[in-house]
Design a binder for this molecule. Structure first.
Ligand code: ASP
Length: 765
């Protein structure tokens, strides 16, 4: 069938040849031959014929009552015509066809129009991650007709290329799917024809930086350059990782999504089946399969694996996420760390070849080199990541930074100070007897001069706000709230009078370990916090958490500059086990503790093997976490590859039941069948993309993320289970017993959630 579009060239020609009336009658003739400009159709008509058939058709086609039109039939014709109009369009031109003077077809969305006068208008065609397209429309009829195409509608535009702007240094960076010539950033066309390919809801107004509600995620992706660019960066990063892995001899293997429930460490999602009493579980990671692959003779495995964990959500967590999962046979943890470093270190060059960095408001994000930034282009690139990465033991990380994922961009470290503090001060800040008191010095740099001028002392309100914001967290840790003293030479003992003379002298003496406090300046803040004098457990201390909060707030309020560097490090030698109240669902054993990472991690040294029998909570694991800027990017370990040792850890150390052990029979069998020594790692791919594209939120790098409650607000999942489904899957909804819930501390994760699962499946958990 002929292309149903109005040729504007033809209209323009007619107009210059003859009177306007002639032109209009030609237009009508064209239309009567079935060539319809979209603009003849009201989007409302299309919608109404679908959703609200009876009412709307009568509204849209109302004629004199006596004509007795068959409205339904008429609407059907209209719909068919409209369908045909929207459904037949020319193929877009290919990269090599774009040359000045050539006629080309471009597909995109109609963007901003600038009407210069009735004879001339310019319009942008938004082409996903493509060059900047501008079309010139000449002549009053053409302009009138063009104005009828709804803004934001998908269009097929035919025009003659009048200008191609290329940037030589871009020619090497291939453009997405080669749709446009390499290196071209701007293309101008003289319009010949335009065909709208669908409607646009008039009530939706798109302004710059518009935030659509979650149910309109499609519009957010379409109109937000930061979001759509991050979604483009994601596969580019994946591509580079695959390339490096393949060149290092890794083999990609897919493992099942329908797995079974095993007490590996995280809470799982069950998938009921039609077999009465049976359920699959979605994998919390492909951990067991990848270890079985080692026993299968695979030397080096990788997979971009979807993982599912029924955990409480935060901005940096999703119920389903992607890991780059690795495992290497005949390898130690050192070998794995080296392989991971080389993968990560190759990313900046790959990103720099294809992306610039732009800024919109506070948002800093990548944009393809050939795209026009909707905001400011920054003179920045992805810095090299010097390898080998720094390594810190868990003990050192917790001591110096109060966190097992330290943010090395934060200059101020934590120091132990109770040795110089008077007991009166210590008792004032905590109820704990003989506590450890730690402190850090925070030195703000006023980023903007106006700010410095506007406030003689902007620091006191800032620290008060930080302490207030930290209140609930401080209560969770116990040990009292942090106490901040601002150094001010105009005050007695420079604002540190609560330390008394001896305390002030001791703190500022410059003694070893206290050097940070020897050269205090006006405006410096010293923050003190007490904690129990006990071995570190868990991921952070109160002061470590507060230190991060102060840094983040200082950056967002302009007291410290935003640091866009990437400070990678490994944190190693974690405790092999963690008390149950600090861990997730764990292994369900009777030992009172669970594996810190998972029960397959090997003890670090022979000494740690000894500790398994005598003091397991002191044993360290050969486990390593990759951390960048305060974010845990991934973790891995050398595994227990000997079945007897694995059995010993599960049965004798973790005190798992025979039933629990039985769930790992397949793994024990594989280990016992000549499984080579092996070690592995999983990189949180969503987090990696978020870090590299300068966002704190995983929602910015996932096309369809879940809300904080675990809902997909666009498609409205999860859906309510129907009676029919309950029957099919042999399920019933238990009526909750009303009883007072035991008090659970905010840091404590409830051990069991009541799950409505078939009795047999429940028994396997
Ligand atoms: N399976 C582990 C995780 O998901 C990673 C590993 O140990 O390789 O955290």
């Amino acid at each position: 069938m002929a292309q149903p579009r109005v040729s504007l060239r033809r209209l323009c020609k007619l107009e210059s040849n003859g009177p306007l009336a002639q032109c209009r009658s030609q237009l009508m003739q064209i239309q009567s031959r079935g060539w319809q400009p979209l603009t003849r159709f009201s989007q409302h008509r299309l919608m109404h014929t679908r959703d609200d058939h009876d009412n709307s058709t009568s509204r849209a086609f109302q004629g004199p009552a006596s004509t007795k039109l068959d409205f339904r039939k008429l609407a059907g014709q209209e719909l068919r015509q409209e369908w045909s109009q929207y459904n037949n369009f020319s193929k877009a031109s290919e990269a090599h066809e774009f040359a000045v003077g050539n006629q080309v077809v471009v597909h995109g969305f109609l963007g901003a129009r600038r009407i210069l006068h009735k004879n001339l208008l310019f319009a942008n065609i938004r082409v996903e991650h493509g060059p900047h397209f501008q079309v010139t429309v000449k002549g009053p009829e053409a302009c009138e007709a063009f104005k009828l195409v709804p803004l934001n509608a998908p269009v097929s535009v035919t025009g003659t290329v009048t200008e191609l702007i290329s940037e030589k240094d871009l020619a090497a960076g291939a453009q997405p799917s080669g749709r446009f010539p390499n290196g071209v950033t701007k293309i101008d066309l003289d319009l010949e024809a335009v065909q709208a390919l669908n409607v646009w809801p008039k009530e939706v107004i798109v302004s710059r930086n518009v935030q659509f509600p979650p149910k309109s995620r499609h519009l957010q992706i379409r109109f937000s350059q930061p979001l759509s660019s991050r979604l483009l960066a994601r596969p580019k990063i994946a591509f580079q990782l695959r390339k490096s892995l393949e060149s290092q001899g890794f083999t990609e293997v897919e493992t099942p999504i329908l797995f079974k429930s095993t007490p590996e460490g995280a809470r799982e999602f069950l998938v009921p089946t039609r077999r009465k009493g049976f359920a699959y579980a979605l994998p919390q990671s492909p951990q067991q399969y990848k270890q079985i692959l080692m026993a299968s003779g695979v030397r080096a495995y990788y997979q971009f694996a979807r993982c599912f964990r029924d955990e409480d959500l935060r901005a940096d967590r999703q119920l389903e996420f992607t890991q780059l999962d690795l495992e290497m046979a005949f390898a130690t943890g050192q070998d794995v760390m080296q392989a991971v470093e080389s993968l990560v270190s190759e990313l900046p060059a790959a990103l720099n070849a294809q992306f610039n960095i732009a800024k919109q408001g506070d948002d800093v994000f990548p944009i393809p080199k050939w795209s026009k930034p909707e905001g400011q282009k920054l003179d920045l690139s992805w810095p090299e990541m010097p390898s080998p990465f720094l390594r810190l033991t868990y003990q050192e990380a917790m001591t110096r930074f109060g966190s097992d994922k330290p943010d090395l961009r934060i200059q101020f470290e934590i120091r132990r100070v109770d040795q110089v503090l008077p007991s009166a001060f210590v008792q004032m800040i905590t109820d704990i007897k003989s506590p450890v008191v730690e402190a850090f010095r925070f030195r703000p740099q006023l980023v903007s001069e106006e700010e410095a001028e506007a406030s003689s002392n902007p620091i006191s309100p800032f620290t008060t706000e930080c302490i207030e914001a930290f209140g609930p967290e401080a209560a969770r840790f116990g040990g009292g709230a942090p106490v901040a003293l601002v150094f001010d030479t105009k005050k007695p003992l420079c604002g540190l009078s609560s330390l008394g003379h001896a305390g002030f002298e001791g703190l500022t003496s410059g003694a070893p370990g206290l050097e940070d406090f020897a050269d205090l300046e006006d405006g410096d803040v010293v923050v003190f916090q007490a904690r129990r004098d006990a071995a570190f457990q868990g991921g952070a201390t109160a002061l470590g958490t507060f230190r991060n909060l102060v840094y983040q707030r200082a950056v967002s309020s302009g007291l410290l500059p935003r640091d866009l560097s990437f400070k990678f490090l490994w944190v190693v030698n974690f405790p092999l086990f963690t008390p149950d109240k600090l861990s997730g669902p764990g292994q369900g054993g009777g030992a009172g503790f669970s594996a810190t990472h998972h029960p397959f991690t090997a003890p670090l040294t022979d000494e740690d093997v000894e500790l398994l029998a005598t003091n397991p909570l002191k044993a360290r694991g050969d486990h390593y976490d990759l951390v960048v800027n305060g974010i845990e990017l991934g973790g891995g370990s050398r595994r227990i590859h000997v079945a007897k040792m694995q059995e010993y850890v599960m049965k004798e150390v973790l005190k798992m039941t025979d039933k629990g052990m039985g769930l790992f029979k397949h793994l024990l069998a594989a280990l016992g069948a000549g499984c080579p020594p092996h070690a592995g790692f999983a990189l949180g791919f969503d987090r990696l993309v978020a870090v590299l594209t300068h966002t704190n939120s995983l929602r910015d790098v996932i096309a369809f993320p879940k809300s904080i409650k675990g809902d997909d607000l666009m498609v409205k999942s999860p859906g309510k289970i129907t009676n029919e489904e309950l029957k099919t899957y042999h399920l019933s909804i238990a009526t909750p017993k009303i009883q007072a819930a035991p008090a659970v501390g905010p840091s404590e994760v409830p051990k069991e959630t009541p799950a409505e699962v078939p009795a047999e499946a429940a028994a396997t958990r």
